[in-house]
Design a protein around this ligand. Structure first.
Ligand code: NDP
Length: 307
């Protein structure tokens, strides 16, 4: 990645031009950068940001120049100015900073749909969340606790274990040195879990399947350690298991679903009921370092670029 000077983009019909104040750095940005997800080169990375509306394109209503807004899902946010469709914009509540808004939108809505819809967590259930000190991990842990679950997490270091406990995890496994599948067996008296939230992929997938009880669900929502190799569906016969590979865009399919999910997340943060940890903020020029740190397991919580 290189920083280059480009003309300020012009908002098209239905779009707004935003002066970006903070942009989220997400794992998906690294997948696009490395070519795991196809993208035509060159492109401006980033798909999540918060800032101030600088200009309106044709046909935009309900927003004005100067409004504080955040959005997710349109590429080009590692930049001083970016265009976004008005249909994706959310107004940032009073009292919430640009950093908080850019930190919570994508990962907060992801944790929301995983805990409320992919598997609607019920009070008293025990659930497993991998990478518990990560951006999604810390938020998902807090939401699972709000819903009354007993939460097991995995992390790679003691420092991350402390953070995960701080978010509410009841039991944290250092999966770099201990078997999380064995620990799950112990914690559930051999019964297994109704759901495993797995964002790590390649290195955890097999044992995640082993953690499920009959009819349990593996929500494989990421691949931070690399993609899972192809598998034969016959494997799911070991307990009539379910496997899903969910993605945020399918859980914000309509404007009302987007507003409901983002509204919950923004509301909880504004009321202090959900804590957003910004683990690291980088300058735009240091975006490459932000990617190295995210991919190198050096980060915790949210990673931001601030402008
Ligand atoms: P995280 O902050 O969770 O960072 C990734 C973490 O994964 C690391 O900190 C590390 O935690 C863990 N990890 C385990 N093995 C590796 C490895 N070999 N290389 C790198 N990291 C590893 O990132 P995000 O919260 O931004 O995203 C988490 C995952 O969720 C990503 O895979 C992302 O693609 C996915 N995602 C999916 C969405 C969806 O809708 N499907 C939406 C948002 C994110 P530790 O050191 O503790 O092991």
């Amino acid at each position: 990645m290189d920083v280059v000077e480009l003309p300020t983009p012009e908002p098209g019909a239905g779009q707004v031009l935003v002066k970006v104040e903070a942009a989220g750095v997400n794992f998906i940005d690294t997948y696009l950068r490395e070519g795991r997800y196809p993208a035509e080169l060159p492109f401006t990375p980033g798909q999540e940001a918060a800032g101030t509306i600088a200009a309106l394109g044709g046909g935009v209503s309900g927003f004005a120049v100067g409004d504080r807004v955040a959005w997710n899902g349109t590429r080009g946010t590692y930049a001083e100015f970016a265009c976004a469709p008005a249909s994706d914009l959310l107004k940032i509540p009073d009292g919430m900073s640009f950093e908080q808004a850019a930190a919570i939108l994508l990962q907060g809505m992801t944790a929301h749909y995983l805990s409320h819809d992919t598997h609607a967590i019920r009070a008293g259930e025990t659930v497993l969340i991998h990478a518990g000190a990560g951006g999604v991990g810390l938020l998902l842990t807090q939401m699972a606790k709000r819903l009354g679950a007993r939460v097991l997490t995995t992390v790679s270091t003691q420092q991350k274990a402390e953070l995960s406990r701080g978010a509410g995890a009841d039991k944290v496994v250092l999966y770099t040195t201990e078997s999380f599948a064995e620990e799950v067996k112990r914690q559930t008296d051999g019964d297994g879990l109704p759901v495993v939230y797995d964002s790590v992929g390649k290195t955890t997938f097999e044992d995640s399947l082993r953690c499920l009880r009959p009819r349990g669900l593996l929500a494989l929502y990421g691949a931070s350690s690399g993609p899972v190799p192809p598998m034969d569906p016959i494997r799911l016969m070991a307990g009539s298991l379910y496997l899903t590979r969910p993605t945020l865009k399918d859980y914000v399919r309509t404007r009302s679903e987007l507003e409901r999910r983002a509204g919950d997340v923004f509301g909880w943060v504004a009321r202090g009921a959900l804590h957003v940890r910004v683990g690291a903020s980088y300058r735009l020029e240091d975006a490459a370092q932000a990617h190295r740190d995210l991919e190198g397991r050096k980060t915790t919580g949210k990673v931001l670029l601030t402008l």
